[in-house]
Design a protein around this ligand. Sequence first.
Ligand code: MN
Ligand code: MN
Length: 328
Amino acid sequence: MIKKIKRYPELADPQLRPRYSGIATFFRLPLAEQAAGVDIGIIGVPFDGGVTNRTGARHGPRGVREQSTLIRRFNQATGVGPFDLVAVADLGDAWLEQPYELVGALNEIQAFFAQVHAAGTVPLSVGGDHSISLPILRAIAQDGPVGMVHIDAHCDTGDDYLGSRFHHGAPFRRAVEEGLLDPARVIQIGIRGSVNHPDMWKFSHDAGMRVVYMEEFTDKGWRWAAEEARRIVGTGRTYLSFDIDSLDPVYAPGTGTPEAGGLTMVEAQRLVRALAGIDFIGGDVVEVSPPFDSSGLTAQNAATILFESLCILAPAAAKRKGTAAAPG
Ligand code: MN
Ligand code: MN
């Protein structure tokens, strides 16, 4: 028995159907089998084979889907209604046929996102650990390197670790080496925590990335950080990558490598909102680990950041399509 609402069949409008009912998809969106016709596809990547310490991010997509059912239709602060601007769907999971073979797993993820990219669909992904950003960039930056706004406690530009070139501490070093990222158009915000050696993030600096350590962020604030991001990435195509461990562990205890002294949720929300207008061609929210998230708070905050990200990706996608302008 399939019970359907009579109006707005494309989205389970909370005015017509309780948000807590039905099978959880991202934002209660329809689950689409094909990317064709979808402007922004929200995609789970249940993979944590690149984690160097505490695991569990493979459960991230399910945790965020569940909590994302709380999200409503409009962004109160900006007035953006992403579901009215472009066609948004839950494209399911880029799940792995061989999850325990790291290099092959990354290739499987890349193949999934190559299909999404070929359909002209902007991917907004939910990890999974941060190693998934590399195969996503391989798929969507085929036409030349892109810029990136990267919000994280860690630069993730480390080198080989324990014999592996690929892990969640290295995706953006590999992405620069592979010509997927233009390091001069990359800004990394929220960096902090203890390090294995004093120049652990040397690659970021040597490559010319703008590294905003937490001390500079707290001195100057989210408004300045957004302006600095805008200055660094400019008007070109840009990727948005949000590691949930950028948040203070008070807001995001459920993650593999928490670091004290991080962003508040208010700072993160206002920072992401203030990035509106940048030509984002994709994004992700990664490193949510439900086994360490006893109350669902981390997944709930991840769903909130996912919605804030959607609210800046949707106007960018609409602008590229020429169908709608972002509400002022
Ligand atoms: Mn990261
Ligand atoms: Mn991190």
